[in-house]
Design a protein around this ligand. Structure first.
Ligand code: GDP
Ligand code: MN
Length: 387
């Protein structure tokens, strides 16, 4: 789950990383801005779960409360790369001398937290990475030792950062590192980590990405979820304990299975055959007819899905239940014109086949995943082309 800037900054504050004073606005008008008693000028920032807001018109400056209120009115509801700004963060503008970059992410290669640091941060950090890679340091942090002095020293020396800020930077990285672990994050990022005209380091922006699997432990963060822009199908699925994963916007196949490993195998084989997945749905355990039908209904909530593939393997899952669920789902109006491919393994498989056959619905029963993929291919492109 990607937090909004003001949510990330609330966590920064909790850990003692300096941020600007500000207020979150979710409706037009100037009362809230005035009540916040901010020093002007201010910065108005669209709260969306994507970066690059500055370049997309999502960061504006205002000299007076009137100007701020006017800009807020314009910016509320604005679209930034497909995300709608339902909230704005208004903060006191900082006079800054430099923009640095600092982040910690989980690195698959070193299997450890990785500090990425640059004294050339800000909106053009990608440019820095391309043109002056020497000014970016990537330093693995040994999880047993933690953020030792040499981590900071190395990062600063390698990138030619001004060492007078060494202690400040060390303090901030240490705090970020604690936040990184405590909140099960996959990424914590400050860009820009600005040096103000008084020589103090301050987080002007904040990005925090949290592992969804940890949300049950994080009640404060879970409460923020309502403020995030989420897919209606993701929300609907979560309510009934399914995991819905949008894959490719221009895909037209919806895959569902009772396990993420098998789901990935299905996705791999379908993709290898040159077809595109629109979304995947993990049914989890206990595939009753009602749950199968519910899952198909949620999947068909995506107009782009023309073919649904259900792949079930369960020692005790009753295939007749799965078949009944598929039949219920395919009788619904939203299933008109859609195809369903069913691969199942388990008890009462024969009866399941009968149920499907008797239904006379566009449901194809296939044996094993490779055969199912062939069946999907033939359905999409007709006979003869299937290899
Ligand atoms: P992003 O484009 O989504 O990463 O949004 P940021 O919060 O990073 O803002 C974009 C840019 O606006 C920053 O890199 C700064 O250059 C500038 N900016 C944002 N807040 C302030 C501020 O308080 N003072 C100054 N001087 N510049 C700011
Ligand atoms: Mn930024």
């Amino acid at each position: 789950m990607k937090l909004l800037e003001y949510q990330a900054k609330a966590l920064f504050e909790k850990y003692g990383v300096a941020v600007q004073k500000g207020v979150v606005i979710d409706a037009p008008g100037d009362e809230k801005i005035r009540a916040a008693d901010l020093r002007f000028p201010v910065v108005i920032k669209a709260q969306v779960q994507t970066g690059g807001r500055g370049k997309a018109g999502g960061v504006k400056f205002a000299e007076t409360p009137e100007e701020a209120a006017r800009l807020c009115g314009e910016m509320l509801g604005m679209d930034i790369r497909g995300f709608t700004a339902k909230e704005l963060l208004v903060v006191e503008k900082k006079e800054i001398a430099q923009e640095w970059y600092a982040s910690i992410m989980l690195d698959r290669y070193t299997k450890s937290p990785l500090l990425i640091f640059s004294p050339v941060g800000g909106m053009d950090i990608e440019e820095t990475a391309r043109t002056s890679p020497g000014r970016i340091a990537k330093v693995p942090i040994d999880p047993i030792r933690g953020v030792k002095d040499y981590v900071i020293t190395y990062a600063m020396d390698k990138t030619g950062a001004d060492k007078q800020y060494r202690d400040q930077l060390g303090g901030i990285v240490e705090k970020l590192y604690r936040l990184f672990f405590d909140y099960y994050t996959m990424l914590v990022e400050i860009n820009p980590l600005a040096i103000d005209t008084g020589g103090k380091l301050i987080a002007l922006d904040g990005k925090v990405e949290i592992d969804d699997n940890a949300l049950p432990f994080l009640s404060d963060v879970s409460a923020w979820r309502d403020k995030l822009q989420e897919d209606p199908q993701v929300i609907e699925a979560r309510k009934v304990n399914f995991l819905f994963i949008p894959v490719e916007d221009d895909g037209d196949i919806g895959v569902m299975s009772n396990g993420s490993g098998m789901l990935m195998s299905c996705i791999d084989l379908i993709t290898k055959k040159g077809m595109k997945i629109h979304a995947a749905l993990d049914l989890g355990g206990g595939a009753t007819a009602e749950r199968i039908a519910e899952a198909v209904r949620i999947m068909l909530g995506r107009k782009a899905v023309s073919t649904v593939f259900i792949c079930i393997f369960g020692g005790i899952t009753r295939c007749d239940e799965v078949a009944r669920g598929a039949v219920i789902a395919m009788q619904k109006p939203e299933a008109a014109g859609k195809n369903l491919i069913l691969r199942m393994e388990g008890t009462n498989k024969e009866e399941a086949g009968r149920i499907v056959a008797e239904s006379k619905l566009p449901i194809t029963v296939a044996e094993g995943i490779p055969n199912s993929v062939e069946a999907i291919y033939r359905l999409k492109y007709g006979e003869g082309k299937g290899a």
